[in-house]
Design a protein around this ligand. Sequence first.
Ligand SMILES: Nc1ncnc2c1ncn2[C@@H]1O[C@H](COP(=O)(O)OP(=O)(O)OP(=O)(O)O)[C@@H](O)[C@H]1O
Length: 677
Amino acid sequence: MTAAQPRGPLPPVPGPDRAGAPPDERTVFDDQHDARLAHDATGLLGTFNAAGVLQAADVHVATRLGELAGEPDDTVRLALALAVRGVREGSVCVDLSRLPATAPDLPWPPAEQWDATVTASPLVGPGRPLRRDLGLLYLDRYWRQEEQVHADLLAREDADPPELDRDRLQRSLDRLFDDRSGRQREAAAVAAHRWTTVLGGGPGTGKTTTVARLLAVLQDQVPAGRPALRIALAAPTGKAAARLQEAVQDAAAAMPAEDRARLGGLTASTLHRLLGFRPGTSTRFRHDRDNRLPHDVVVVDETSMLSLTMMARLLEALRPDARLVLVGDPDQLASVEAGAVLADLVAGLTAGSAPAGEASDDAAPAPPSDVPLSDVPLSDAAPPLSDVPLPLPLPLPGARPPHPAAPPPPAARSSAAAHGVVLLDHTWRFGGDIADVARAIRLGDADAALEVLRSGSGVVELVDPTDDADLRADVVTSAAAIREAAWAGDAPAALRRLDEHRLLCAHRSGPFGVATWSRLVERWIAEAHGVRHAGTWYVGRPLLVTANDYALGLYNGDTGVVVAAADGSLRAAFSRAGDVVTFAPGRLSDVQTVHAMTVHRSQGSQFRVVSVVLPPADSALSTREMIYTAVSRAQERVRLLGDEERFAAAIGRPAARASGLRRRLIRGLSGEETGAG
Ligand SMILES: Nc1ncnc2c1ncn2[C@@H]1O[C@H](COP(=O)(O)OP(=O)(O)OP(=O)(O)O)[C@@H](O)[C@H]1O
């Protein structure tokens, strides 16, 4: 092995685009027994492995594929290993030209020579393990997925638009949206006119309310005597699906009777369940291009959690004439797996336009004089849509929308809504400090966020982690409440109490991680209750599902609680779409006790009070998306365990996740060709 290079924490590999999730935790391998060290690695692979840039798995894949392809060149194998590492850390591709700056001490190959050698390698090209495109290096599988997602989205863009009864549309918009709901109304109008709509916004901005109303608008378009639209509601996790269903039903309940009736009985499922489980594979589904979903409208909530692979599977399973409404918060952490699809879609589709989210609903800016009014995002205080031209260039009957090969007219390009993106920015549910802090974090304004923290209202507070008395009190009180309901056999109450308080960590392990804090919480609870739970299963045990179980309908990230049944047996209770399901504990294979969870896992859930263990300022997991996601999980109160330095460091560091999707979308919409190799 080559001599180890200077050691020190390395920043994550930056991609061409900024978005999404943090990389995995990374340490330099000081321990010779560390499983991440590839002991047989030599040359560049050995050097980069010893320096902690590559893990053993990256090295082994690169070595093996290099051998199979007859590629002896060390620099090409290094590029391949870095592409493997990129995917492991959530990036769909790597930008080789930008890597050396991340670890200048390492012996990076000279840029131009490296690029030429990689491009000419037998490892690169159609049907080979690597692809070169857009100046980026992809593992073939992810290149194909990104290409497919892009092609499917453009095909939907290029298709004849949905037929519309515009008078009916106007009437239903007037009926369902009041004068204060301009942007929400715009979203419904966009969804009526288009096959693909992206509806973005932070917590409580009315995304689900808008979904319910836009579905009522779409149902209203169905001529009398024809069957109602088949609507699928889905989300990446069971918890998020349950919340979506509940929120849509609540919103429907507040609608005029005729609309309410049209939305009756809508249920939501996980996206995996919607696409249909196929034994033996977790990335292929029963519904695909040859067996499309039967639905006319598919709504996906919490789209930020969708990996590129899931987006590819979803798009190929949709009928071309099915509407797709992607809902989510593009500022949240991206998927655990590679991709940052929602952020890419929003950035790619709104590039060069005036994305609604850059202007607040609260204070929509005056339109620039050269932009037609129809292209100006509507504020929530905008006049009713009937008084304002629709934001889209309405297609004439039979006319095709502009082909992406031809650059769209400037007016169409200048509007985010023209490409189907509407961003909501007015918070309806809770104003106040949580919304203010979340907004400041989203904008990267650490000073503004700190100002709210220092105001002393206590709604969002910064606490010294060694001064844990209040946290301890919250943890113990909520555990006692769960236990009490669980012993009474009241599963719904136990599950509700599970959401009273949640401790979140960015890290899984180490002093700032879930494992350490869980042990601490367990000790606090044991001391307070005077019991130490010896067995695995005990009444009041909070559960976290760690792998999908299609047979039971339980999904990775679902949470539940062990309750005492009337016959004295133990049952594991989980929420499912407004109901409670229980199982004998023996039927559950992949569960663990949840006293704390990663911020990643908390996506799609909300809790009354959230406590967040802030990672050290130099942690790779200390990112703006992480802290934004954590803070925005809270409904009433946020406790940040750390100091101002750690808090500000996270805000100042947007996550770097490489993907070519937004470049592809920008080029595709402007009609430029890409040249893949
Ligand atoms: N146009 C509106 N007028 C009045 N109240 C509204 C409006 N839109 C939403 N709300 C209310 O704001 C609250 C939040 O709305 P909703 O649940 O739809 O937001 P959301 O963006 O889906 O939130 P989350 O991301 O947390 O699920 C609800 O109580 C809803 O009734």
